[in-house]
Design a binder for this molecule. Structure first.
Ligand SMILES: [Zn+2]
Ligand SMILES: [Zn+2]
Length: 254
């Protein structure tokens, strides 16, 4: 499939920035929301396949593999029949009560998530939020929080996908969004690590900010092995949360 070249993306981005600077002439910095507004006014293309139209075109959205029950009650892996624990999560100490995702991390989902992470377009977070709300019921929760980005990577991108999704879900599910999780230390990139190494890498990676309410809904963009959300849920539980449920946009299925 043809894809938007980096140059074209850069030109569109720089055009949006110049417009924003014109409008905010005299202002010290470009306001991110106006940048988003101007980007949305430029002719839009699908970030997955480059077709003119919405940020994620109907064909690419239709190509997403939606997860359907039955699921493992705990980790949300699709199973042949409903189970309390599955092969993937049995024997693991997981600090969350449940994890659910809208789509399988295959097909057009990795391209969708990649464009969302690298380009930080708000329409992606909103579209991902809509797809989650269409398919998942809101777990019982007093507040929504999200996995904070790794310092360096978020600085490079200037955007936090999990926070964007949390905000979109907060609006739909009428829940307050609060930054309750912080990074306790930098971690190694997870992509090159196996399952066991991921868990070791993430252990103690997070701390809670303040005292969380009893029921917390934790949001991330992708559930891969569950090591990241389990570590964050453990930090929230240690700080006083009684129950942590997890919702992600996509989930890797083995
Ligand atoms: Zn497309
Ligand atoms: Zn399971």
């Amino acid at each position: 499939m043809p894809r938007l070249s980096g140059d074209v993306v850069a030109i569109r981005k720089s055009a949006a920035r110049q417009f924003a600077v014109l409008i905010h002439a005299g202002a010290a910095r470009v306001v991110p929301s106006s940048l988003w507004l101007l980007e949305s006014l430029l002719p839009s293309r699908c970030a997955c396949c480059d077709a003119p139209g919405p940020t994620a075109c109907p064909a690419c959205v239709a190509a997403l593999a939606f997860l359907r029950p039955p699921f493992c009650a705990l980790c949300g892996a699709p199973t042949a029949w409903p189970v309390g624990r599955c092969r993937e999560c049995s024997g693991r100490r997981l600090a969350f009560a449940s994890a659910r995702a809208a789509v399988r991390y295959t097909g057009s989902a990795p391209r969708f998530v990649h464009a969302w992470k690298e380009r930080g377009l708000r329409p992606f977070a909103d579209r991902a939020g809509e797809l989650v709300v269409e398919r998942l019921a809101c777990p019982p929760a007093d507040v929504i929080t999200y996995i904070p980005p790794d310092g360096d990577r978020s600085l490079k991108r200037g955007y936090q996908p999990a926070q964007g999704l949390a905000r979109a879900l907060g609006r739909s599910w009428r829940l307050e969004v609060a930054p309750l999780v912080a990074r306790a230390r930098p971690v190694e990139r997870q992509t090159a690590l196996g399952r066991r190494e991921r868990r070791r890498n993430m252990r103690g990676a997070f701390t809670a900010r303040g005292t969380p309410p009893p029921h917390v809904l934790l949001i991330d963009d992708v559930y891969t092995t569950g090591a990241t959300v389990a570590a964050a849920a453990a930090a929230l539980r240690a700080a006083g949360a009684r129950q942590v449920d997890v919702v992600t946009f996509a989930r890797a299925v083995r």
